[in-house]
Design a protein around this ligand. Structure first.
Ligand code: AMP
Length: 191
């Protein structure tokens, strides 16, 4: 199996690059943001619970996210591997992910961290908000909250992987293809 964590602030290009990585390496995509949006669309209890946090730009409580990821892993047997996108976002989630991987006799092989400046993120997200229909992309104040949450609660997750010798930082500004090639070379070097 090949299990990757694609890391970076909101608007770094994780969704776009995930699509390319999934195709190239035949992986299963686990985007916690997408899973919550699906639940909101289907008006499930999980969706109702998550929505209030998401609308404010805050993180959904750890255990809720961890249980959802656990379910998704369990419902995907016989995969080549997983690409985790938007997860883990806290140290508690990172440590839970290690346990989930161990339970499945596997590990996280690497973290690919996309680096993009805050001005660029704000531009990209406001732009995405014009077409994505995502309320959390349409308001500058909400985007600022999400970037602050990322800086305060999520950046320590990079240190968690760095301590395990698994952190790879990639410049997230450039053409989609150029960034994808840089990500692929790191993944290929794992083989
Ligand atoms: P995203 O699509 O990854 O930008 O996520 C959108 C929103 O979903 C976030 O602002 C959080 O409210 C929630 N969310 C997604 N993933 C997580 C996670 N791993 N932990 C907590 N909240 C999350």
């Amino acid at each position: 199996m090949l299990n990757l964590v694609l890391f970076g602030p909101p608007g770094a290009g994780k969704g776009t690059q995930s699509e390319h990585l999934i195709n190239k390496y035949n992986l299963t995509h686990i985007s916690t943001g997408d899973l919550f949006r699906k639940n909101i669309g289907e008006k499930t209890d999980l969706g109702k619970l998550a929505q209030k946090y998401m609308d404010e730009g805050n993180l959904v409580p750890d255990q809720v996210v961890i249980d959802m990821v656990d379910d998704k892993i369990n419902s995907t047997p016989n995969t080549n591997g997983f690409i985790f996108d938007g997860f883990p976002r806290t140290i508690a989630q990172a440590s839970a992910l290690d346990s989930l991987m161990a339970k499945n006799d596997t590990i996280i092989h690497t973290m690919l961290a996309l680096k993009v400046s805050e001005e660029e993120l704000m531009k990209r997200l406001l732009n995405r908000g014009k077409t994505s229909g995502r309320v959390d992309d349409q308001d500058e104040a909400k985007i600022k909250i999400r970037i602050n949450v990322y800086n305060n609660e999520t950046t320590p997750v990079a240190n968690y992987y760095s301590d395990q010798g698994k952190l790879n930082t990639i410049e997230g500004i450039g053409s989609i293809e150029e960034i994808f090639n840089n990500l692929s070379s790191i993944v290929d070097s794992l083989a």
